[in-house]
Write a protein that binds this ligand. Structure first.
Ligand SMILES: [Zn+2]
Length: 217
């Protein structure tokens, strides 16, 4: 952090105005990824259904201030954005948690250790930590990325799944029969969540669902 950043109030990641890491105007403008209640006959664009992954839910549409804030969190060293983003995503997580019970823990999607060293943190783990403490569930940081993967951006779903094969492993066992809520920052095709869910299911998890702050729609 430079001297100017210490002297100035933080700039909003959404609009650049000084005052907060994410200002109230930008937070209010974050568009929910879930279908409005009066459109429940159409497919909910916020929900993805997989195989090992039962279902994945995202809180917001990946656009505007949400996109800029997640970009800053992931690539701009703005770890302070994890708390307001996670806080704002709480209602969507609550809806997802209503679908699972028993021994439930939040499990962050891991980044490769080399990338984590460059960034200084795993943004999904930061988000999962805030969410876990807010909902009073344990955080199980058990997944590891065993090899770096090519960037997923621009790849088809099939190419993404191939790219991710064998990319994840378990650092420790999960309690047999437990449920895991995978947490990631952005949900694109759900290929990453699906690959993580396969590993968790093979490691003893009975149910795996996914949660992301934002979804590409
Ligand atoms: Zn703003």
């Amino acid at each position: 952090m430079g001297v100017m950043e210490l002297l100035l109030p933080p700039a909003c990641a959404g609009c650049g105005r000084y005052g907060a890491v994410l200002c109230v105007t930008c937070v209010a403008g974050m568009r929910s990824a879930r279908a409005p209640d009066d459109h429940f006959s159409s497919a909910d664009p916020g929900i993805v259904v997989g195989e090992a992954l039962e279902v994945a839910v995202a809180a917001f549409v990946h656009e505007g201030a949400t996109r800029r804030a997640l970009q800053r969190l992931k690539y701009g060293g703005a770890a302070a954005l994890a708390a307001p983003l996670a806080e704002r995503a709480m209602p969507a997580l609550g809806d997802l948690l209503a679908m699972v019970d028993g021994d439930v823990a939040l499990v962050p999607v891991p980044v490769h250790p080399e990338r984590q060293r460059q960034r200084g943190y795993n943004q999904a783990a930061l988000l999962a930590r805030v969410l876990a403490s807010r909902v009073g569930l344990p955080l199980r940081d058990v997944l590891v990325r065993t090899r770096p993967t090519a960037r997923q951006h621009g790849l088809s779903r099939a190419a993404r799944l191939h790219n991710l094969r064998g990319a994840f492993g378990l650092a420790e066992c999960v309690p047999p029969g437990s449920a895991a809520v995978l947490v990631d920052d952005i949900l694109t095709t759900s290929a990453t969540l699906e690959a993580c869910a396969e590993v968790l299911r093979a490691g003893g998890a009975a149910r795996v669902v996914g949660f992301a702050i934002a979804r590409e729609v």
